[in-house]
Design a protein around this ligand. Sequence first.
Ligand code: NAP
Ligand code: MG
Length: 462
Amino acid sequence: MKAHDGMFIDGAWRPAAGPDVIEVVNPADEQVIATVPAGTAEDVDAAVRAARAALPGWAATPPAERAARLAALRDRLEARRDEIAGTVTAELGAPLKLSQTVHAGVPIAVAGSYAELAAAYSFEEKAGNSTILHEPVGVVGAITPWNYPLHQIVAKVAPALAAGCTVVVKPAEDTPLVARLFAETVQEAGIPAGVVNLVTGLGPVAGQALAEHPGVDLLSFTGSTAVGRRIGAIATGMVKKVALELGGKSANVILPSADLARAVNVGVANVMSNSGQTCSAWTRMLVHRDQYDEAVELAAAAAAKYGDRIGPLVNATQQQRVRGYIEKGVAEGARLVAGGPESPREKGYYVSPTVFADVTPEMAIAQEEIFGPVLSVLRYDDEEEALRIANGTVYGLAGAVWAGSEEEAVAFARRMETGQVDINGGRFNPLAPFGGYKQSGVGRELGVHGLTEYLQTKSLQF
Ligand code: NAP
Ligand code: MG
C-alpha cells in the first residue's frame, strides 16, 4: 500500500489543502493498493490560478515548440509504457495485454498525432480582406472517467496543448494512479510549469469546483449522461464552452449479405473487451430473422470463450449495477444464452460475459447503457426496421455495419444517427473524430476536429 501525497500544481507536487484521502482498490482482489489526496475547492482554485498564469506564455509559444514538447511527452509515455500498463491493470483490473496494447498504446499514438498536428495546423488563414487567427480558448477544465483512464486524459490534454491552452485535470476517483504517472511524464517532457495541472478528488467536490470555477474557459467532460447534463448546464450558464463525451448504446447491424460468423465474433469481442466498460461498445447486435438463430448460437459460443479472459468491473457499485441490468433483462422476458447475474468468482468485481437473445427494442437492456460485458441480440424483418431499431435510442456514439459489399454497408451507415461507424470491421483510427450525435454528447475528440475544439477565432480586417 502506497500513500501518495501532493497534487501536481504549477509544475511541482504540492501538499493538498485538506487531510482527506481516496483509497485506490484493485478490483481483481479488492485490496487497497494506494491512497491519493482528495482535493477540495481550494486545491482546484490553486490549480486554475496556475493554469491561468501559465496561459499567456504557452499561448504565445510557437506551434513548432508546442509540437516538440508534445513529441517529448509521447516519448516519455512510450518509455514508461510497461509501468502505465501495470498501473492500469492494478487500478482498473484490465488484463495486462489489453493494458499494454490499448490503455498504454492508444494514448501514446494520440499524443504522437497531436505532436504532428500542432506542427502542421494552420493557425492563420485568409478570407477576402480578413486574416483569421485561430487562438487558444484559454484554461481548460478536464473531468475524466476511469474506463480508459489514460486515453481520456490524453485525448483532452494533447489537443489542448497543441492549441495553446493550459489545463486542469480532475481524473476519476477509481483511477488516479495512472493520472499521477501522466503528470510525471508532463514534467519529464519539459512542459512549462502550470501548463498541465492535476487535482485528484471526488466528482461532487473537486469536479464540481472545477466546473463552477470562473477561471475555466472550456469544460471538457467524459462520463455519464447524468453528470454531464448537470455540469454542462452549470458551465453553459456561466457562458463557458462545453464539450461532453457521454454514453452510448451502439448498434452492430449485420445485413443479410454479411459474413455472419465474422460479424458475430468481432461483435462479441467488441462488447467483451475492457469487460464491456466502453462507451462506444456495440452492445446491440441486429440480425435478420432468417439468420437469427444461427447468430445467437455463434454469439453464445463466442461469449463462453471469454469466460476467464476478461477482467473485473472497476468497482462494487458497477458490478451491482450490471448484475441488476442482467436481472432486469430476465424479468423483461429476454432469453439468457450465456452468462447471467451470478458472480463467477468469490473475490473481485467480476461479471460473466453475458448474451441475451429475444431482446425487443423497448426493453431497458436495449435502451440503457449497461457498461458491462452484456450483449443484446435483436431481430429485424427488413432493412427499414433495422434502421429504425439502430436509430431508436437517445444515444448516437458509434456503431458497425456488415454487408457483402462496402457500398451496401456505407449506404446503410449514411442513414445512421451516430458519430462513428465501422464498416465490415474497420480498424480504430486515432485521427478519426470521435463524439456523439443526440444525447451521446457535444463536440468531437481526436484528430484535427479534436484540435479545433480548443480554438476560438479572431478576424482582422484590412
Ligand atoms: P461519472 O460519475 O459520470 O464520472 C465521470 C467523471 O465525472 C469522474 O471524474 C467523476 O468523479 C466526475 N464527477 C462525478 N460527479 C460529478 C459532479 N457532480 N461534478 C463534477 N464531476 C463529477 O461516471 P461513473 O459514476 O463513474 O459511472 C457511471 C456510469 O457512467 C457508467 O455505468 C457508464 O454508464 C457511464 N460512463 C460513461 C463513460 C464514457 O466514456 N462515456 C465513462 C464512464 C462511465 P468520481 O470519479 O469521483 O465519481
Ligand atoms: Mg461517479
